[in-house]
Write a protein that binds this ligand. Structure first.
Ligand code: DON
Length: 331
């Protein structure tokens, strides 16, 4: 890990739009992250650790970490930022990129790109809208994406895991079988979403196979540091800044960021854009990732969730960093 050692980012007035922020002052971002974490210590009681997947309820509510990775190769973190946690719905971002790469624009015949304004696991809209999910990051949409992956890869689970490992440049990333089994045993609502879409002819594979893939990708365990590193390509027009490899096209990186801006925080996405202004995705394991285009990625972890299923402290931390460093994409 390199110590970035920066505490002050001033919005640049440069005509070069690629350089939106100039680092003016070298001091200590790590100290800033530690200070922000310390200020959040007591807020863990304001949320509830997810318990509808029993394995997630066993994680300490006091865990807390934050990490910032930049496209110029620096990483700095504080708290439990190197401890793996269940990435849950953050996996939907990676599944989406894999499906876009695999079937291109055909994907958008089967899933929409509109905010849902509904809880992440809602089924009501899906019936009204004839089995076409509102977007790929609510559960119905992610199951549709899982169907694309299961029908286009001989082993979609292995393909997913190796995609995660290559993006994070870390072969230690693993699937947490205990979480997987817990999800499988409590997956009735996701099964209902899958069967409803299949009844409309929008799912090709058998539902148990789709669920198997979806629960597997949700059960991947990663740290804030690994997640922040693995998403740098979305802050860098689709190019992994470490390997220089194209992970997706610039157009698709733009599209994923747009979906994360409008839907990544579920029915709190409007408020998140209004007050923070970054493409972001949460997971019920307590993780939040936020993309800062042309700069880097913020990842936070704190298990207690608010009523929307978003980490209370994670959201607060992203808000503080975005405000203090002037990171909003709408400035
Ligand atoms: O399908 C589920 O309910 C979980 N595996 C993932 C949900 C999730 O992370 C929603 N995010 N806030």
């Amino acid at each position: 890990m390199h110590n970035v050692g920066l505490s002050c980012f001033i919005a640049s007035h440069s005509k070069d739009k690629q350089v939106r922020y100039m680092i003016k002052d070298i001091s200590n971002l790590q100290v800033k992250l530690q200070t922000l974490l310390a200020a959040q210590q007591e807020f863990y009681t304001q949320g509830k650790v997810a318990n509808y997947i029993p394995a997630l309820a066993e994680v300490s509510p006091e865990k807390m970490g934050v990490c910032v990775s930049t496209i110029d190769g620096k990483t700095v973190g504080a708290g439990d930022y190197q401890e793996p946690f269940s990435i849950q719905s953050i996996s939907k971002v990676f599944g989406l990129v894999m499906a876009m790469n695999r079937i291109g624009d055909d994907l958008w015949q089967r899933v929409n790109m509109e905010p849902s304004g509904q809880p992440f696991n809602s089924i009501i809209q899906l019936e009204w809208e004839k089995g076409i999910p509102r977007n790929p990051v609510i559960n119905a949409g992610a199951l549709l994406v899982a169907d694309v992956l299961t029908s286009h890869f001989s082993s979609s689970k292995l393909a997913f895991l190796s995609f995660m490992r290559s993006l994070a440049h870390d072969d230690s990333i693993y699937i947490d079988n205990y979480v997987y089994q817990s999800e499988l045993a409590h997956g009735s609502r996701n099964a209902a979403l899958g069967y409803l879409m299949k009844s409309f002819g929008n799912i090709e594979s058998e539902i148990p196979e789709v669920l198997n893939h979806y629960f597997t990708q949700c059960s991947v365990a990663m740290s804030c540091e690994q997640l922040a590193t693995s998403l740098l390509f979305l802050a860098n027009k689709g190019i992994d800044p470490i390997s220089k490899e194209a992970i997706c096209t610039p157009r698709d990186a733009h599209r994923v960021n747009a979906i994360l801006s409008t839907s990544g925080m579920y029915d709190q996405s409007g408020e998140f854009a209004f007050s923070i202004g970054l493409p972001a995705k949460s997971g019920v394991g307590g993780g939040v990732i936020a993309i800062v285009p042309n700069y880097g990625v913020i990842c936070t972890w704190s298990p207690p969730l608010n009523s929307f299923g978003n980490s209370v402290i994670g959201t607060n931390l992203v808000a503080s960093l975005a405000q203090e460093l002037g990171l909003s994409i709408y400035h």
